[in-house]
Design a protein around this ligand. Structure first.
Ligand code: ATP
Length: 198
């Protein structure tokens, strides 16, 4: 279980628990602080508060080890090499996911520069999924995708969730939030979160 207690970053002040195999949707107006919250949980920005995974404080392990367990995926993932497959430890192991997300398996040899926004987004997701993290913090993971690709992403994540992965899924799509989330948390301008009642 992920436990977030009194997490503070700029105007944000949030506490919540995330069970194993639970997916919660995170909503709120643009600029309200959803990305700030997800990045803070992954300890990518300075923040205050207590964050634990299975009772173990994130400070108890080096930051890269924490981020491998509690992984943030940006809507526009970063790239550091020229060729797609250079971003993967084992490209061959990634191929089933690549295909499932509707990408050609030949895209490993493509230059990153030629990728469309949606191709980058799906490959960034494959990269994150290869880490087999306990917690995925997904920041608008289908914002650049057509409905068929978005459905493929939802199906892959649902499978992970049923296998015990915990997910916070930020989305502006109300229907998607209801589909993917066992509950919907809404962030307010004051920086808190509240469960949305249907
Ligand atoms: N390092 C920073 N210092 C000061 N303000 C920041 C910093 N990073 C982000 N902000 C501000 O915090 C607010 C929340 O940004 P954030 O990216 O978390 O919003 P969001 O809810 O994810 O929005 P969107 O739905 O548009 O992606 C914004 O007004 C942003 O300008």
């Amino acid at each position: 279980m992920l436990t977030v207690t009194g997490l503070k970053r700029l105007h944000i002040s949030v506490s919540f628990n995330l069970q194993d195999g639970e997916c919660v949707a995170l909503q709120g107006p643009s600029g309200v602080g959803k990305t700030l919250l997800l990045r803070s949980i992954a300890d990518l920005d300075p923040n205050e508060g207590t964050v634990k995974l299975d009772g173990i404080l994130r400070e108890a392990m080096p930051a890269p080890a924490w981020r491998k367990r509690v992984t943030y995926l940006a809507a526009e993932p970063g790239w550091w090499s020229d060729i797609v497959q250079e971003h993967f430890k084992g490209w061959d192991d990634a191929l089933p996911l690549v295909a499932r997300l509707g990408l050609p398996t030949s895209c490993g040899s493509w230059s990153v520069q030629r990728l469309s926004t949606g191709e980058r987004q799906r490959l960034g997701l494959v990269r994150a999924l290869m880490l087999r993290s306990r917690v995925l913090l997904l920041d608008e993971p289908t914002s650049a995708l057509d409905s068929a690709s978005a459905a493929a992403v939802e199906s892959v994540i649902a499978e992970r969730v049923s296998n015990g992965t915990s997910v916070v899924w930020s989305t502006h799509d109300d229907a998607q939030a209801r589909r993917v989330g066992s509950k919907v948390l809404v962030m307010s301008a004051e920086g808190g979160i509240e469960e949305k009642r249907p």
